[in-house]
Write a protein that binds this ligand. Structure first.
Ligand SMILES: Cc1ncc(COP(=O)(O)O)c(C=O)c1O
Length: 378
């Protein structure tokens, strides 16, 4: 095969979907006219209500980012002691536990979904466990029923990190409606974003007041501060971008789905590259496209492939490597020992996120796949 052409411009792993500049300027005019920039103004109120309807959430609160939302979710339940979580994710979940004075207990992952392996969960529960913090990683849902039945049996909370899951549904149910509470991240790298931002969706309406007091320094009215809160508010510009994103998210997800299908069709012919397909009963959001690279069969390791692709101006990412359990701050925890986490250790060395965003064309995906094939053959 001929050497595929190198991309003229770098192709990054993701690019944000963006509303038109005209739509953004019109929103800025509105905000400037109102002279109200933050502290739960009209944009915030409108976004909260439209998002709640879009996600079919019984209750929803907005925050300045997903990490702060998760932080306040842990506070709201007054968690203590140990929380079981996954090592195969972004550092936010483990860091949030640290900031809440909670001890992360790492559970190994399932080799197919890359989510917490529920067959190992129960053995990690101790008298100090107060919650399970699973992540629906890359938008693939965890084993929700098993997690809930274990949580119910031991009387512990379930706080889902649904950062990657905007729009995902299981059996027709929105993903945010499982567990006690779920966190969505609206960081610019996510399929739905507000530049930075986040939300919590939850079953118990009583939580709303507690969460929203703590997101605004504990202010109740002008003169009373009733809890030691923090500044976790979403501002008006973030909320306005969120409103505009609601108009384009379905289109962005549909484009990513089409590109995903091209990847799947092409990559099935490349030995040593594996990828996940759709799960039955799940409505996926096609947030990103993740493969695993088997050195023996492919001929090169994940790290070699990552480096070789760069020469063609293709910038992949090793999500999630290193594991949270391998970070300096957590690797001395007993549950972080590599022997306890063989699947996570192995997957994190093989995994690679390929470029996927609505701004790519099908031809771009073909060229990326041609490049992979060329690297393998030559
Ligand atoms: C799985 C996961 N959880 C949490 C976060 C943190 O969210 P945020 O950046 O909105 O604070 C991220 C990344 O942004 C993530 O990928």
């Amino acid at each position: 095969m001929d050497m595929p052409k190198t991309f003229k411009e770098p192709v990054y792993v993701t690019r944000p979907a963006l509303p038109t500049q005209d739509a953004v300027y019109a929103k800025i005019d509105e905000i400037w006219g109102s002279q109200w920039l933050t502290n739960i103004g009209q944009q915030h109120k409108a976004f909260e209500s439209e998002l709640k309807a879009h996600l079919r959430a019984p209750n929803l609160s907005l925050f300045c980012n997903g990490t702060m939302a998760l932080q306040l979710a842990c506070q709201a339940f007054r968690l203590s002691g140990e929380v079981i979580t996954t090592p195969f994710t972004f550092a936010a979940a483990s860091h949030v536990l640290y900031w809440n004075n909670l001890k992360p207990v790492f559970c190994d992952i399932d080799p197919h979904t890359f989510n917490i392996d529920t067959s190992r969960l129960e053995s990690l529960i101790t008298p100090y466990t107060t919650a399970i913090l699973p992540v629906h990683v890359f938008g693939y849902p965890c084993d929700i029923d098993v997690i809930q039945s274990i949580a119910d049996r031991y009387g512990v909370r379930v706080i889902y990190d649904a950062a990657h899951c905007f729009g995902v549904e299981v059996d027709g149910q929105p993903i945010g409606n499982f567990g006690d509470i779920a966190m969505f991240s609206f960081h610019a790298t996510k399929i739905f974003h507000t530049v930075e931002g986040g939300a919590l969706t939850y079953q118990d309406s009583v939580l709303k007041e507690r969460l929203e007091l703590s997101r605004n320094f504990g202010f109740k009215g002008e003169e009373q501060i009733v809890v030691p809160g923090i500044n976790g508010k979403m501002n008006e510009i973030q909320a306005a971008i969120g409103l505009l994103m609601l108009d384009i998210i379905d289109d962005e997800s549909a484009k990513r789905e089409r590109l995903t299908r091209v990847y799947r069709e092409r990559l099935q012919d490349i030995p040593g590259i594996d990828f996940r397909t759709d799960m039955p009963n799940v409505k996926h959001n096609y947030y990103n496209f993740v493969v695993t690279v088997d050195k023996q069969t492919f001929g090169f390791s994940r790290d070699e492939l990552y480096t070789k692709l760069k020469k063609f101006n293709i910038f992949t990412r090793k999500y999630f490597y290193p594991l949270c359990s391998q970070l300096q701050c957590y690797r001395n925890l007993p549950s972080a020992a590599p022997d306890n986490l063989p699947v996570a250790e192995s997957i994190s060395r093989k995994v690679l996120s390929l470029p996927l965003f609505g701004g790519l064309q099908e031809d771009d995906i073909h060229r990326i796949c041609d490049t992979l094939q060329y690297i393998q053959e030559f």
